[in-house]
Design a protein around this ligand. Structure first.
Ligand code: ADP
Ligand code: MG
Length: 615
């Protein structure tokens, strides 16, 4: 074939292919336009998973009637004028491609009225061709309806995922934007059912409740909130990078500061997920996918989360627009940082600092037991309170179960002091409670240690250390033990034998579904060999992972869980002291390898308050 210029139609479909990958990309572009237009209300309506209809209505500045047609031309934008502007982009859009692209692969109708105009304009575009333009009475703002996406590109239509998949993509998109733009009211309707709605009050916590539910939202920890610098005057240029204050992305979006600010919400290690889908990153108000920044988030949780577990995090990074290149890809979901290490460190440090100061020990809250109040309000509907997430989840149950006790929320001055670090102070063991918890005294109050979780942590770290040093001490059993597993599990066990043997076991197939255990890692003590080996096949299928290191770490954690002392096991005072001492030496003594807390702390101050001696 001779070389020819592609027709306008083909060229525009090729270009559209880059921007409009799926229905959710249409919604993303339209919502970004609404936000760029300063909308306070954004309503998204989706029918048939986006194939039939996607409509985004906003109350933003609108488009002047005489510019409406131009908005659909490729590379037409009101957001950039010179090439230089590309390096100071402060809006979500800037390429002037979205409307043109969407219109070229759908039937699109736009109704818009600019603030300064008395009548609005309506335009209909099909497969990129403008069919009609009329004047119309309309409220200020813009409504874009996209119907029959890809109707003229059957090949693309075939690649669309299920309606359910598209709906969940769109819902994820809207909820993320609602978190980052808490001052904007979002509403999402699927097939005339409202599935998401935010109030636009500006309260991020409130949006988190809508997105994640009360239980999770109250546990999320605000990033950097401990280091709020003076509210006014606005931060000076020499702000420390760790002086991290929570900022609304809107305000940072338009402010140009040399420092990198990190704000947002993160889960305590005890709240985790089996995949990294809940790590959300915003850079200057733009939702981005960035492998390295996600790695910074994970790095901050290092040793606090078991391998293969991931936190929930919404992290907003704000930096001077010129320090980040947003023009990497047509979907604008990737960015390049001028100083990648800086961004990485800022994120990692902010999270790590918050975690070590806030998350380590669920703190017995210094609630006051008000014996004068008669009413029992324990069953009052739990109202979400903005500071819940800042404290531990453990309820002081002995106090709560007393009849007639009423709990009073502590006021601002009663807020807990920051915890020193993620280490544990030297503790003096006092004794055991309920054959499950060890009571110990530290320089700053009382510690209740879960003996099972603590022992799990100790075993896990010992085994990991030996493994890291490639020196696992194993002990041969007097007699090899035969373990029989169900047939479907045998294949799995067979495939994990190498890993098991790497962590100090000696296991070999013994015909059929039977395996022989010859030795065990010494650190596991007197664990039942059969049970220790069975952990390999028990609930492993469910979230299978391919990474060898993850499999190994998971195996170790499970084996240690099996081997750890149980609740209900009476320990001598020497055993208790030894356990606590070994826990003190752990790198991450405050959580078990599965992320649950090993201890709770009741500070002297809290005790004094409980007894009415103070505050
Ligand atoms: P970009 O957002 O990159 O500028 P688009 O193709 O998405 O490109 O939009 C083209 C132009 O149309 C925008 O620059 C803006 O001026 C106008 N526009 C699009 N959507 C809206 C909206 N919802 N409200 C106001 N103006 C809009
Ligand atoms: Mg746009």
């Amino acid at each position: 074939m001779p070389i020819r210029l592609l027709t306008e139609e083909v060229a525009s479909q090729i270009a559209a292919g880059e921007v409009v990958e799926r229905p959710a990309s249409v919604v993303k572009e339209l919502v970004e336009n609404a936000l760029d237009a300063g909308a306070r209300n954004v309503m998204v309506t989706v029918e048939g998973g986006g194939r039939h209809l996607m409509r985004v209505a906003d109350d933003g500045i609108g488009i002047p009637a005489d510019e409406v047609e131009l908005a659909f031309a490729r590379h037409a934008t009101s957001k950039l004028s010179s090439a230089d502007d590309l390096f100071h982009v402060q809006t979500l859009g800037f390429r002037g491609e979205a409307l043109a692209s969407i219109a070229s692969v759908s039937r699109l109708t736009m109704m818009t009225r600019a603030a300064a105009e008395s009548v609005g304009a309506q335009i209909r575009v099909e497969a990129g061709a403008i069919l009609q333009r009329t004047s119309i009475g309309a409220p200020q703002g813009t409504v874009v309806s996209v119907e029959n996406l890809f109707y003229n590109v059957p090949a693309r239509l075939k690649f669309l995922k299920s309606e359910t998949a598209e709906r969940s993509h769109i819902a994820a998109l809207i909820s993320r934007y609602a978190i980052a733009y808490a001052a904007v009211r979002f509403k999402l309707v699927f097939d005339s059912r409202t599935v998401f709605q935010s109030s636009g009050s500006g309260d991020v916590r409130e949006v988190l409740v809508t997105v994640y539910g009360v239980e999770i939202a109250k546990q999320l920890i605000e990033l950097g909130s401990l280091y709020e610098p003076p509210a006014s005057p606005p931060p000076a240029e020499d702000d420390e990078a760790d002086d991290l204050a929570l900022r609304e992305p809107r305000s940072t979006l338009h402010a140009s500061r040399p420092t990198i600010r990190v704000s947002g919400f993160i889960s305590p290690p005890s709240l985790n997920r089996s995949n990294r889908k809940e790590i959300t990153l915003f850079v200057n108000g733009r939702w981005v996918q960035d492998v390295r920044l996600s790695a910074a988030v994970l790095q901050a949780y290092h040793t606090m989360l078991m391998v293969g577990r991931y936190p929930i995090a919404v992290v907003m990074v704000a930096l001077a627009p010129e320090d980040v290149d947003v023009n990497v890809h047509p979907t604008k979901a990737e960015v390049r940082f001028r100083n990648y290490d800086g961004a990485f460190t800022a994120v990692e440090r902010a999270i790590r600092k918050t975690l070590t100061e806030r998350a380590p020990i669920p703190h017995l809250e210094a609630r006051r037991w008000d014996i004068t109040a008669g009413a029992d309000d324990r069953h009052a509907p739990s109202r979400w309170s903005p500071d819940w997430g800042l404290r531990g989840q453990i309820e002081p149950s002995p106090v709560e179960t007393r009849p007639g006790a009423s709990l009073q929320q502590p006021d601002a001055q009663n807020a807990q002091p920051p915890l020193p670090s993620d280490q544990v102070p030297l503790l003096r063991v006092i004794g055991q409670v309920g054959a499950a918890y060890i009571v110990a005294e530290g320089p700053d109050g009382l510690y209740l240690i879960d003996q099972h979780a603590a022992h799990e942590r100790v075993l896990y770290e010992t085994l990991s250390l030996q493994r890291a040093a490639a020196h696992i001490v194993s002990q041969a059993l007097l007699e090899p033990v035969a373990v029989e597993v169900p047939p479907d599990a045998a294949a799995l066990l067979q495939s994990r034998i190498v890993t098991l043997n790497q962590i100090g076991f000696s296991v070999e197939p013994f015909g059929g579904n039977t395996f022989l255990v010859r030795s065990l890692p010494t650190v596991l003590g007197n664990v039942d060999p059969a049970r220790a080996v069975r952990v390999v096949v028990e609930d492993f299928e469910e979230d299978e992972t391919v990474l060898a290191a993850e499999v190994e770490a998971r195996l170790m954690a499970r084996v240690c869980k099996r081997a750890a002392v149980k609740a209900g096991q009476v320990l001598s005072i020497t055993e208790q002291a030894e356990l606590v001492q070994r826990l003190e030496q752990c790198l991450s003594p405050r959580t078990c390898p599965h992320g649950r807390p090993t201890m709770i702390h009741l500070s002297v101050e809290a005790l004094e308050r409980q007894f009415g001696r103070k505050g």
